[in-house]
Design a binder for this molecule. Structure first.
Ligand code: ATP
Length: 234
């Protein structure tokens, strides 16, 4: 479904991502894990069209998208939940969700999706009239995920959904990610929390200073000595 071929990304003279190749197949959860500054966010932003790679290609369902503007990439079925949520303060929960569907003109379809999002995240229905900035961190993460789901993505990109959340919320968010997969959405998950991210992943990749150093099934990576030592304190 998604093929990232040999991409390198530079910020000025700094090479943040070096010749990275990986893929996500339909129906999978794929986790990309790595420490701070490994290049995870850069890769996601490149896939969603916010940054251009210096070299390499990104293919989504057989179409090259590395030069396509971000709103067209969303329309093609690829939606990103950014690091730090980036909900819109000053807008209600409901208005934030509506923003996720801004590309769609079909009001009936929007209503149907809103209903689905409220079923998945009942807390958002309870808080729908409330200013989004008054939500807790975990609720804001749910709102950001709900907003991305409003566009009915085929592939959902999640950037550090566990960041800053209490363990109980982290567990809940990861359960929801698995539910989203079960209902047919493919997921690419970027995480520093390697343990959680690999435990729900079909496959994963380990990133170090802009390069992929290991790949395998989620279980293989969790069990690998290198991952244990580097990320899991084993
Ligand atoms: P984190 O989890 O801390 O967000 P990350 O793995 O997502 O880390 P990136 O944010 O992709 O890493 O950063 C990769 C490298 O690129 C880092 O060395 C970072 O300092 C650098 N970098 C990121 N954004 C910029 C920018 N706008 N200008 C210059 N350098 C940048």
């Amino acid at each position: 479904m998604l093929k990232v071929n040999d991409i390198s990304v530079h910020y000025g003279v700094i090479e943040a991502v070096r010749k990275i190749t990986f893929e996500v197949n339909q129906g999978e959860i794929v986790s990309l894990v790595g420490a701070n500054g490994a290049g995870k966010t850069t890769i996601l932003r490149t896939i969603s069209g916010l940054i251009r790679p210096t070299t390499g290609t990104v293919e989504f369902e057989g179409v090259a998208i590395e030069k396509v503007p971000p709103q067209k990439i969303v329309a093609a079925g690829l939606s990103q939940v950014p690091e730090g949520r980036h909900i819109f303060p000053g807008l209600t929960v409901l208005e934030n969700l509506e923003m996720g569907a801004f590309l769609r003109k079909n009001k009936e379809e929007n209503k149907k999706m809103m209903k689905e999002v409220f079923e998945r995240f009942p807390i958002l229905a309870e808080r729908k009239g409330q200013d989004a900035s008054t939500l807790s961190g975990g609720e804001q993460q749910m709102l950001a995920m709900g907003r991305a789901l409003m566009s009915q993505p085929k592939l959902l990109l999640l950037d550090e959904p566990s960041m800053g959340l209490a363990p109980i919320f982290i567990k809940e968010i990861f359960n929801i990610i698995q539910d989203i997969q079960k209902q047919g959405t493919t997921v690419l998950l970027i995480e520093q929390n390697a343990n959680m991210a690999l435990s729900i992943a079909d496959r994963g990749y380990v990133l170090e200073t802009g390069k992929i150093v290991l790949s395998g099934t989620g279980q293989e990576l969790l069990a690998s000595e290198e991952v244990q030592k580097a990320y899991l304190g084993g």
